[in-house]
Write a protein that binds this ligand. Structure first.
Ligand code: GDP
Length: 341
């Protein structure tokens, strides 16, 4: 079959079962239970569930894309959950519907989750217009992130117009989340010198907005840190000529600064929509995502190939012992995937 002639909307799998159709109808009607079930399906590692999840997501896809996707990152203790609770309640009071998802690299190690603790976001979690979902707890960060991306689409189809993806400032997770949201915000403590840490880790470059929390503790120190951050950001060439990442100060505990924060989010969208950059970023993210899936699929096929399984141990040994060059070993192993070449 020539795949180039397959209509892009057609799904080669079996037609939707009545149960999945009910799920789709429930999500489109904004039912939180149907949404939760869909995300559970998305997160399942069972092959038949995965197939169903892809069919359900394909049906939901035309109804996605209307939300604003906000990434919030910060070290443990920066005040992420307090901030999301304050912002979330503010947003709901202003007529929005909010979904909060998490990408948590520690959850795959400890089995815990940054959103797993029920006491977090207590008020928000009780409100009908909010949907809070902990991080999927299995698999590599890449796997977890993939599920979160798909969960995000399901939330959008369910009519949530603001999606917050929360992550802890550890390892790769920040870059991963920055690659799936419209605007990436760094939540910082008012500690002098933290900006240097962020610069070293290369995080400043991916921040579209910096928020210094806990301004209530020491307003003067907060002002100093704000100035430091502004300087640090000014030294960089901004990702867009139409957006200089602002530095805001807030107090999540006192619920102060939420309106300024939301103004900045809307300011970002308003600045980059007319220039086409907003949509372009999403297009690029979708293509990157496709390539990540292709890469991981190829890698998986490769590792499961019988010939690779057989030859990998002794070729690895030969490379480690300096008896074979890495290039020759890689060439021999890749040959299994493409025997005719
Ligand atoms: P997370 O680990 O980033 O989610 O941080 P939490 O939201 O759990 O907050 C860590 C601690 O900082 C908690 O004891 C909060 O009450 C406190 N906290 C959070 N935001 C503020 C704030 O704006 N001011 C003050 N004084 N404390 C805060």
């Amino acid at each position: 079959m020539d795949l180039s002639e397959v209509p892009v909307s057609a799904h080669p799998q079996s037609p939707l079962s009545p149960a999945d159709q009910t799920l789709i109808d429930g999500v489109l009607a904004g039912q939180r239970r149907a949404l939760a079930k869909t995300i559970t399906l998305v997160e399942s590692t069972r092959r038949d569930h995965q197939e169903r999840a892809q069919q359900v997501l394909s049906a939901l896809l035309p109804h996605t894309g209307r939300a604003i996707r906000v990434g919030i990152s910060g070290v443990p203790g920066a005040g992420k959950s307090t901030f999301i609770e304050a912002l979330g309640n503010w947003l709901l009071d202003h007529g929005h519907r909010l979904a909060v998802l998490a990408v948590d690299p520690s959850s795959s190690v400890s089995g815990g989750s940054i959103l797993g603790d029920k006491t977090r976001m207590e008020l928000l979690s009780q409100r009908e217009e909010a949907f809070i979902r902990p991080s999927p707890s299995a698999g590599s960060l890449g796997g977890v992130a993939e599920k979160t991306r798909e969960a995000m689409l399901a939330c959008e189809a369910a009519g949530f117009d603001v999606i917050i993806v929360e992550t802890v400032g550890v390892g790769q997770s920040e870059t991963t989340v920055a690659g799936m949201v419209d605007i990436f915000c760094l939540l910082q403590l008012p500690n002098a010198g933290d900006d240097l840490q962020a610069i070293k880790k290369g995080i400043v470059e991916i921040a579209d907005l910096v928020v210094i929390n806990k301004a209530d503790i020491d307003p003067r120190a907060t002002a100093v840190v704000r100035a430091q951050w502004r300087n640090a950001l000014h030294m960089l060439r901004p990702a867009s000529p139409n957006w200089q990442p602002p530095v805001l100060t807030v107090s999540a505990l006192k619920k102060e600064g939420m309106d300024e924060f939301w103004q900045a989010i809307e300011g970002y969208r308003n600045a980059l929509t007319p220039t086409g950059e907003f949509e372009e970023k999403r297009r690029r993210q979708s293509l990157d995502w496709m390539w990540q899936l292709i890469d991981s699929g190829l890698r998986q096929n490769f590792r499961h190939h019988a010939g690779v399984k057989k030859s990998l141990p002794h070729l690895s040994q030969a490379v480690a012992a300096g008896q074979t060059t890495p290039a020759a070993a890689a060439h021999a192993l890749l040959g299994y995937l493409n025997p005719e070449s």
